[in-house]
Design a protein around this ligand. Structure first.
Ligand code: NAD
Ligand code: ZN
Length: 247
């Protein structure tokens, strides 16, 4: 109890605060993470299936492996953790969310200022003319056996707006990095902090709170670590912060 109160005190006393989220915030929405015992790594190697190498050189494999992971995100809904972060932004406890997730759930929950450092699955784009289309345009072609899917405008190759293993980091990452640098507090939620770029970001702020089921390499540097569920811990943190009142 005392620990959550101290963490809430740090939250209300901090002005420039960001949440940094990973796959663990979305497991409560029924999306498996990569590294838990029930994670995706138990059935396939996403570093292969979601790599730029496989996308470009083995498209049949990409659309029968990695693509299934992307498609699976479509009907998922935000959970308590996503909703509390949206509320925290609305009430000025945090400035926004930097997420490694590609499931669109922060935006679906109502977060406004979201940096999607690994891209998103709402849209796809043509690698030749750069035109963007809804994810469904790609999905329909794939289901009809058109692999790789083609740009309706120029017949170039379409690809997902997801940052694949081996891709360059997008502009959202550069922007997120500069926002986090010099922030007062970063609240990590549901990330093993072992994957690039997640493992470069947590120590950019002055203070650090980590909410993750399992230990991370940054625990020793953190002000507070909660080995607990994302939704329940964020709810509790928010509740205690509300009781304290914002500065
Ligand atoms: P990760 O799988 O490496 O780590 C997730 C962490 O969350 C684990 O340490 C686990 O112990 C913890 N966790 C799981 N459920 C939790 C819960 N309910 N509450 C608190 N903690 C919980 O994920 P990562 O660090 O984000 O790195 C994996 C990469 O894979 C990321 O780059 C991400 O883009 C991608 N990915 C995204 C999704 C998604 O969009 N939802 C899903 C899987 C993987
Ligand atoms: Zn095109």
């Amino acid at each position: 109890m005392e620990k959550i109160k101290e963490a809430a005190r740090l939250l209300v006393a901090s002005h420039k605060v960001y949440a940094l989220t990973g796959a663990g915030i979305s497991t409560e929405s029924g999306i498996p993470d990569f590294r838990s015992d029930s994670g995706v790594y138990t059935t396939m190697d996403p570093m292969e299936s979601l790599s730029i190498n496989v996308l470009l050189n083995e498209p049949k494999r990409f659309y029968s492996e990695g693509f299934l992971l992307l498609e699976d995100l479509w009907d998922k809904e935000p959970n308590t953790g996503h909703k509390i972060l949206a509320e925290m932004e609305l009430k000025d406890y945090i400035l926004g969310v930097v997420t490694q997730n590609i499931d669109n759930l922060h935006k679906k929950a109502g977060s406004q200022n979201v940096y999607e450092v690994h891209g998103e699955t709402r849209n796809v784009h043509c690698m030749d003319c750069q035109t963007h289309y809804g994810f469904r345009v790609m999905q329909e072609q794939v289901h009809q056996g058109q692999i790789p899917p083609r740009c309706p405008k120029c017949d170039g190759t379409l690809r997902p707006n997801v940052v694949m293993f081996g891709d360059q980091m997008p502009i959202d990452y550069i922007n997120a990095q500069s926002q986090l640098a010099g922030s007062d507090l970063i609240i990590v939620v549901g990330s093993s902090l072992t994957v690039s770029p997640g493992n470069f970001l947590p120590n950019l702020g002055k203070h650090l709170i980590i909410i993750n089921h399992t230990p991370t390499p940054f625990d020793a540097e953190a002000d507070f670590v909660f080995y607990q569920g994302a939704g329940e811990t964020l709810s509790y943190l928010m509740e205690v912060a509300e009781a304290l009142g914002k500065d």
